[in-house]
Design a protein around this ligand. Structure first.
Ligand code: TXA
Ligand code: MG
Length: 311
């Protein structure tokens, strides 16, 4: 892996794109200080240019060099959760250019824990802008094969299946503490670490594409179905349905993925399962709704966006 990491860092230095594993999902990386490299990144993803991108670093000190007026809360969260699946939105420093902030005065920074991501970031020794390695709006990639199947990239580092499986928790610290995107690190854990209430994102919060109603979505229309309605929905569609559910497969349906009852295990499996059911090419993906409890917040967030009606 060492020579591959060195090669990947060279590709980044030359302005190229490298897909790499993180503990959450695979990222599509570019040199965060190069306008040309970041433009190439947006083109590869098919992403609108005014959307901000998360910048990844090997250490908290490096991450904070892209920010100014760093609040004590940010340092505390870094101490507690970095390296790990947390992104902080902070007031930007001069190092965070318009082409990574979407022209906003804030920047999203993260220190991932995956050993291959860490090795790459240390070797590169700078900020790596990295959105999830998928086409804009579609399901994130949790394996190297997912990336290769959908993006044109110069180099892919394979670090095995992502452990968390859904994108990082995003906390906005530009005024108070607000949750922009739920993830493995929960609101409750952040509140406990800081001893303050965490607000929800509102209209004044920085723009973020994960906040779009339809995002993380398969091509097949997906429908969220309450457990007691699953049988009736299957009866209505028969073999035209593909199903993601907690219960055992039903013989009327050819494409069925049975999901774990533990929220972390469910999240880990989610995107591969959605990709598999999408590839089946049925008319509808029926998704059995998970429980309404706090531990399922991040999974419910991704499912409700995946299952939003096609506009
Ligand atoms: O787990 C993750 O966060 C993965 C891995 C690769 O690190 N990355 C990821 O990136 O999910 P992306 O670009 O697919 O989603 C990043 C989210 C977007 O909703 C983006 O708009 C938001 O973070 N974001 C980035 N910088 C921001 C900023 N300055 N203000 C508000 N939102 C920001
Ligand atoms: Mg994404």
């Amino acid at each position: 892996m060492n020579s591959e990491v060195r090669r990947a860092a060279e590709v980044l230095r030359a302005g190229g794109l490298v897909a790499f594993p993180t503990e959450t999902v695979y990222g599509l990386g570019a040199d965060a200080s190069s306008a040309e490299a970041v433009a190439r990144l947006y083109a590869a993803k098919g992403r609108p240019a005014d959307h901000p991108v998360i910048v990844h670093f090997a250490t908290a000190d490096a991450a904070f060099s892209f920010a100014r007026d760093i609040p004590a809360n940010a340092r505390q969260l870094a101490e507690r959760f970095w390296p790990g699946p947390l992104t902080m939105v902070l007031q930007r420093s001069a190092k965070a250019k318009d082409f990574v902030t979407g022209g906003q005065d804030s920047v999203g920074v993260r220190v991932p824990s995956h050993p291959v991501a860490q090795a790459l970031l240390r070797e590169f020794d700078g900020g790596v802008a990295a959105p999830s390695a998928n086409r804009f709006g579609s399901v994130s990639a949790t394996t190297a094969a997912h990336v290769l199947g959908e993006l044109d990239v110069e180099y892919v580092l394979d670090g095995g299946p992502a452990e968390v499986g859904i994108e990082s928790t995003i906390v906005d610290l530009t005024s108070g503490v607000a949750l922009l995107r739920p993830g493995r690190i929960s609101r409750e854990e952040i509140e406990k670490a800081l001893g303050v209430d965490v607000k929800s994102a509102d209209a004044a919060s920085p723009r973020h594409s994960g906040g779009l109603e339809r995002h993380y979505a398969p091509k097949t229309p997906a429908l969220l179905v309450a457990p007691h309605q699953l049988d009736a929905e299957i009866a209505k569609r028969g073999a035209d349905a593909a199903v993601l559910a907690f219960s055992k497969p039903d013989e009327r349906v050819d494409y069925w993925v049975r999901m774990p009852k533990d929220p972390n295990a469910y999240a880990q499996k989610l995107y591969a399962a959605l990709r598999e059911l999408d590839a089946a090419g049925r008319g509808t993906i029926l998704i059995e709704s998970p429980p309404g409890t706090a531990e399922w917040t991040a999974v419910r967030d991704r499912l409700s966006r995946a299952a939003s009606p096609v506009p």
